[in-house]
Write a new protein. Structure first.
Length: 543
C-alpha cells in the first residue's frame, strides 16, 4: 500500500497519466474530424497580363476553413452560390481577410430562366474586370457541393442566445478546403500552334484568299468555358469549307484561279496571337503575284441571327471585300448581310476582331459573324455551350459563304433575284455538298468541350485533331506561334479537397477539459492519500 502511495506522489507518474490521456483525447478528436472527406473539380479564375493590364486572380492555392458569406473569420474560404455572388459587391467581398473564394454554379446552365441568364452574365462581367490576390474558383452545384454549402450555411447561422452560439461553436463541424494541385507560378512559355491547310491553283502566281478562325475558347474561368459558338463554330465552318472546296481542286485542269489558305490560329482570345504569327511568318512571305486578296475571318457563325460583315472601313467599289458582300447578299436575298464598320483602336488593350490583325499590316480582311457588336459578352461566357449552336443554322451559313466565295473565284454573274420569294438565285453547290452529319461530328469533336490556351495539354490535343482532319482534304502543316505582349498563367483546373474537421475552439475546449480533469484527479488522489494514511494510522493504534 505504501509503495502505491509513493507512486502516486511521484510527479513523473502524474505526467505520464496526463500525456497518455491527452494523446487519447486528441486522437479521438482527430478521428471525429477525419470522418468526412469530399473531393470535387474546380476551375480557377483567369490570370493574364496584356499590354501591361492585369486581369484575374494571382493566387492558385486554397488551404482555409470554409465559411459562409457574412462570417467574420479571418483567412477564410468563402463558399457562395452564384446568385449571392451576382447580387453582392464582389470587389468588397474579395477583401484582404479572405484567403479563397468558391462560387457554385448550376450543373445545367441551359436550365436558367431568361432573368437568371441575364443575372449570370452580369456576374461574369463583374468578375472579368476584377484584379485580385485572392484565389477564386468555380465549381458546379453537384449534390456533394450543395451539401457542403448547406453545412457551411448551417454552421454560420446565428443562434438565438449566447449560450447556444457558444455550444454551437464548440460542438459544430467545419470544412477545411485544400487545393490538391501544385501549378507553376510562372507564366506559360509553351508556344502555340497554327494549323495551315492549302488548296493551290494550277496557275502560277494565282492570287490568294485566306479563311481564318481561332480555335481556343475563353471565359472568366477558362477551364469551364466551352466556347461552342465562339469559336467552336468557326473551327467547324473552316473544316467543312475545306471539304467543300477540296472537290473543286481535285482535278488539276479545272482548279479555280485562286490559291486558298485555311488557317486555324492559336491564342485568338489573347489579341489573336496566332494571326499575328500567320501574317509575319507565312502570308508576308507570299510572292507578289500570290499576294493576299482577302482574309475572311469566321467567328460565332452557328447561333441564331443574321450574318454581319465586320470591317475597319467601308470597302471601296471593286474591292474583293465589296464583291464578297454583294455575293453574300445575292445568295439568300431574304436574309440580308449587314456591314458593320469600326475603326481600329490601337490604344485599347484588346483588339475587337481577328481581321484587325490583318488590317494593321495593311492587308484586306473582314470578319463574318452573327454578332453585331464586338463587346457582346457571349464571346467569353460560360453560357456559350453546345445548345447555342444550331446545326441547321451552321449548315446554312457555311453554304452561303461557300456559294459566295465560289462565285467570286469562278467569276459567276453577281446579279441576284429581284423576287423576294426566291431563296437561292444560282447555286453552284449540289444540295448534298454540305454534309450535315460531318458538321455534327465536327461540333461534337471541337465545340463541345473547353479549349483554353492556358492548358497546354488540351491545346496540343485540339491542334493535333484539327491537323488530322485538315490533312484529309488538303496539304496541311503546323506553324509555331510566339506569344508577344501577353503573359498568361496556367493552373486553370484543380481538385479541391473538403475535409470535415472540428473548429479550433474545440481543441481549446479539449485542452481546458484535460486541465480540469487532471486538477480534479489530483485533488481526489491527494484526498484519498490522506484518508488512507489516516485509516492506516488509526488501525496501527488499535493493534
Amino acid at each position: 500500500m505504501e509503495e502505491f502511495l509513493e507512486a502516486i506522489r511521484n510527479p513523473f507518474y502524474l505526467f505520464y497519466i496526463t500525456l497518455l490521456m491527452s494523446l487519447c483525447i486528441a486522437s479521438s478528436a482527430s478521428q471525429v474530424g477525419e470522418a468526412v472527406e469530399i473531393e470535387f473539380k474546380a476551375h480557377r479564375m483567369q490570370q493574364y497580363e496584356i499590354n501591361g493590364n492585369l486581369y484575374g486572380s494571382k493566387s492558385t492555392k486554397i488551404q482555409y476553413e470554409a465559411v459562409h458569406l457574412d462570417s467574420g473569420a479571418l483567412r477564410k474560404c468563402v463558399v457562395i452560390s452564384w446568385r449571392d455572388a451576382a447580387t453582392r459587391d464582389l470587389t468588397e467581398l474579395l477583401g484582404v481577410s479572405i484567403g479563397g473564394f468558391l462560387i457554385l454554379i448550376p450543373e445545367d446552365l441551359d436550365s436558367l430562366s431568361p432573368e437568371d441568364h441575364k443575372l449570370f452574365v452580369d456576374m461574369e462581367q463583374k468578375l472579368s474586370l476584377i484584379k485580385t490576390d485572392v484565389a477564386v474558383y468555380v465549381t458546379t452545384s453537384s449534390e456533394q457541393a450543395l451539401g457542403v454549402l448547406q453545412d457551411v450555411m448551417g454552421s454560420g447561422s446565428k443562434s438565438t442566445t449566447a449560450t447556444q452560439q457558444l455550444v454551437q461553436s464548440i460542438s459544430g463541424n467545419t470544412f477545411q478546403f485544400t487545393t490538391t494541385g501544385n501549378p507553376s507560378t510562372n507564366p506559360i512559355t509553351t508556344p502555340g500552334t497554327n494549323i495551315i491547310g492549302q488548296l493551290r491553283s494550277s496557275e502560277a502566281g494565282a492570287p490568294t484568299i485566306a479563311f481564318v478562325a481561332h480555335y481556343d475558347s475563353h471565359a472568366v474561368f477558362p477551364g469551364a468555358g466551352v466556347g461552342s459558338d465562339s469559336n467552336g463554330s468557326g473551327i467547324v465552318a473552316l473544316l467543312e469549307l475545306l471539304a467543300v472546296f477540296n472537290k473543286f481542286y481535285e482535278n488539276a485542269s479545272t482548279r479555280p484561279p485562286y490559291n486558298l489558305i485555311f488557317a486555324w490560329t492559336a491564342a485568338g482570345k489573347y489579341n489573336f496571337q496566332g494571326s499575328r504569327s500567320l501574317i509575319d511568318g507565312f502570308i508576308s512571305n507570299l510572292s507578289a503575284n500570290e499576294k493576299l486578296q482577302l482574309a475572311i475571318c469566321l467567328e460565332a457563325v452557328g447561333g441564331p441571327g443574321p450574318l454581319h460583315m465586320h470591317a475597319s472601313k467601308q470597302p471601296s467599289d471593286g474591292a474583293v471585300a465589296a464583291q464578297l458582300l454583294k455575293r453574300l447578299r445575292a445568295v439568300t436575298p431574304v436574309q440580308d448581310v449587314k456591314l458593320v464598320t469600326k475603326k481600329i483602336n490601337l490604344n485599347a488593350p484588346h483588339l475587337s476582331w481577328e481581321h484587325e490583325r490583318f488590317n494593321i499590316k495593311r492587308m484586306p480582311a473582314v470578319t463574318l459573324s452573327r454578332l453585331s457588336n464586338p463587346d457582346d459578352f457571349s464571346r467569353r461566357s460560360l453560357l456559350d455551350n453546345p445548345s447555342e449552336i444550331s446545326i441547321d443554322t451552321l449548315e446554312s451559313n457555311i453554304r452561303r459563304i461557300a456559294e459566295a466565295v465560289l462565285g467570286l473565284i469562278i467569276a459567276t454573274p453577281e446579279a441576284g433575284a429581284a423576287d423576294s420569294r426566291v431563296k437561292v438565285d444560282t447555286s453552284i453547290l449540289a444540295k448534298d455538298s454540305i454534309d450535315k452529319q460531318r458538321i455534327a461530328h465536327f461540333v461534337r469533336l471541337f465545340a463541345s468541350r473547353p479549349r483554353p490556351f492556358t492548358d497546354s495539354e488540351i491545346t496540343k490535343s485540339v491542334a493535333a485533331n484539327i491537323l488530322s482532319a485538315a490533312q484529309a482534304y488538303s496539304t496541311a502543316n503546323t506553324q509555331e506561334v510566339a506569344i508577344q505582349d501577353v503573359q498568361v498563367w496556367g493552373g486553370v483546373t484543380d481538385r479541391v479537397l473538403a475535409e470535415k474537421v472540428k473548429p479550433a475552439i474545440f481543441e481549446l475546449f479539449v485542452a481546458g477539459s484535460i486541465i480540469v480533469y487532471l486538477a480534479v484527479f489530483y485533488q481526489i488522489v491527494s484526498l484519498s492519500q490522506r484518508t488512507i494514511e489516516g485509516t492506516v494510522a488509526s488501525l496501527k493504534k488499535r493493534v
